[in-house]
Design a protein around this ligand. Structure first.
Ligand code: GAL
Length: 355
């Protein structure tokens, strides 16, 4: 059952909505058309209580004021960081012989999550069905200096099985690049429960992208024998203080796992996370080839829903995507280029198992 109510106003007076999808299990997904953003996932627990497992805010104004967490938002056109494509050191890419420079949003030669005003800050049009909402945003040619009028459609379905299915479709009138993701911050013990480090995580991957100051170098590292190996489940906190230079640089986990080859683009389970007591499990299924594990290392005590304080490492993000900076890494398996008129499609499912 879908219900729609006003969520509030943005700074320019635009009204945005809060759309709730209640499923037959008594759980509710709430989303807003500001940033096609997941504001809550309220799970009905076995004892009848309700547990909201994603971080967020109570008003659109708070989402608008926050320029760096991307709580729950749809990220576009390009998730993650794009770095320099030539010796200017400016972030950008070369497509069909033309160089497109992008905003240096990190201050160290990288453009993060779509630029200064990414899709997380756009108002999407939407339609709804019995158990879904379908968002649509057309990014004009040249927005954030990306070529082509690009239309991104994001359908979020929340069925009785407590699975949030996110389907992306993108098409442009000129060749361009696109790599959308969703940026939910999960805390399966409850968004306001604080410490996240006792969550167990498992990721079906043997390799990560090597990083220097959060920017992919293009080298691929094996996880075997390192604190990045989650092939067997580990608590997030177990090895987070390890001396691996990437963990030290990123102040925790913040890196992209290369998933097992998937030539037929099957939607397969690639990761799971479990609350400290094991009462909620999140299974992540996707056809994407990469997943960013990010443990909220930039969280700094901000005030969220109902006055909850979100501190350092209080959540886990599992962001599915094409490998970061793929446009500048021709040896990566999948390119983020979409040709004029061709559709990019990808599906990710966040399936919750409540015990
Ligand atoms: C993540 C990224 C982090 C950080 C975060 C937003 O996707 O990996 O480095 O930028 O978004 O605060």
């Amino acid at each position: 059952m879908v219900t729609i109510k006003p969520f509030g106003k943005l700074a320019d007076g635009t009204e945005v909505d809060l759309i709730a999808i209640q499923n037959s299990s008594g759980s509710t997904l709430e989303v807003t058309n500001y940033g096609a953003c997941v504001t809550s996932i309220k799970l009905k627990m076995a004892d009848g209580s309700i547990r909201d497992v994603v971080l967020g805010y109570d008003t659109p104004a708070e989402y608008e004021a926050d320029k760096d967490t991307y709580f729950g938002a749809t990220i576009g056109r390009i998730a993650n960081r794009i770095n320099a494509c030539d010796d200017t050191g400016k972030p950008g890419f070369i497509l069909n012989g033309k160089t497109y420079y992008l905003a240096d949003t990190s201050g160290n030669g990288a453009s993060l999550h779509g630029g200064v005003i990414g899709f997380d800050q756009k108002v999407f049009d939407y339609t709804t069905g019995d158990d879904y909402v379908e968002f649509k945003y057309t990014s004009p040619d040249g927005e954030e200096n990306y070529p082509g009028n690009l239309t991104l459609t994001v359908r979020m379905t929340f069925g009785g099985d407590n699975a949030l299915k996110i389907e992306y479709d993108a098409v442009s009138d000129k060749d361009t690049i696109c790599n959308p993701t969703n940026h939910c911050y999960f805390n399966l013990a409850g968004h306001d429960s604080g410490i996240n480090l006792k969550h167990k995580v498992c990721i079906d991957s043997d390799q990560i992208n090597e990083l220097l100051q959060n920017i992919v170098t293009g080298k691929i590292s094996d996880v075997a024998g390192t604190a990045y190996d989650f092939n067997e489940p580990h608590e997030i906190g177990e090895r987070i203080e390890d001396s691996h230079y990437q963990l030290v640089d990123s102040k925790g986990y913040d890196c992209n796992y290369i998933l097992k080859p998937n030539p037929t683009k099957e939607i397969r389970q690639v990761a799971w996370a479990e609350s400290p007591t094991g009462d909620v499990r999140l299974n992540v299924l996707t056809d994407a080839e990469g997943i960013q594990l990010y443990t909220g290392n930039f969280l700094d005590g901000r005030k969220g829903k109902g006055g909850a304080i979100y501190n350092f490492r209080n959540a886990v993000c599992l962001e599915t995507q094409i490998l970061p900076n793929a446009i500048n890494m021709p040896h990566f398996p999948t390119s983020s280029v979409i040709k004029a008129g061709e559709h990019f499609n990808s599906t990710t499912i966040y399936a919750f198992d409540v015990k």
